[in-house]
Write a new protein. Sequence first.
Length: 261
Amino acid sequence: MNRRPPCAANASPLLEGRGIGKSFGGLAALAGVDVAVYPGDVVGLIGPNGSGKTTLFNCLTRLDGLDAGRIHFKGVDITDHQPFQVARMGMSRTFQNIRVYRKLTVIENMLLSRQWRGARWPGLLRPSRPEVTERADDLLEFVTLVEQRVDLAGSLSWGQQRLLEIGMALMSDPDLILLDEATSGVNPLLVDAIRDRIMTLNTTHGKTIVLIEHNIELVADLCSRVVVLDHGEKLADGEVGAVLDDPAVSEAYFGRRGLNG
Ligand SMILES: Nc1ncnc2c1ncn2[C@@H]1O[C@H](COP(=O)(O)OP(=O)(O)OP(=O)(O)O)[C@@H](O)[C@H]1O
Ligand SMILES: [Mg+2]
């Protein structure tokens, strides 16, 4: 596997959350979580259902307000930023429940995405500049959706919609990409395509990536570091092999069965 080696421990984090707390009613979805992502890393964020992974993404991208903690991105305190400001700074994401405009074409989704992320309000009716359309087309080629360019997004397979969302997330040319279950519900052939695209984004394009993923084989394959959440707390954080071999992690995930079945 030719992924980048993990970043030197003395580098400054690209993204750092300290003591992140988030409750819904009486339920602590996140109970004081620390997380650091270094430039060039591919970090896996894993944990059982309901352990707080998506909530952590929502906090980091500023979609959810925090009850406690601070978040820094590129050295700037973004705790009080709006999502569009964070996007402009170079952080982009995909969603566990795919968010594409099903009744718009693939290329329209790409163009609209850039306007969502780059401005406070989407300029749906504003014609795109030729260089923006060109960028969208280049990215459609990257996510292997050129042939579907004028198809309605709602007509794409689930895996193709996930690839489209990755393409949309790349329109703003982010430095950091957060992928929430990019392969869940996707057929195995497209899982391979998504795995390959994630690898290329990191190794060829230098993107830093955090991926929430239940496919542990894929995590082992792609990630240099893994963070494990359990009941809103961080259970483990470290080099991928050590974390996946940790009996406490297996226990949290699968009870006594272990990560390898
Ligand atoms: N908007 C919300 N309102 C109320 N409770 C919420 C909300 N969002 C998340 N929760 C709760 O917070 C906890 C963490 O949810 P979260 O979606 O972050 O988990 P997750 O690790 O992403 O799970 P999964 O693997 O199933 O996607 C869960 O108990 C969930 O029910
Ligand atoms: Mg989730």
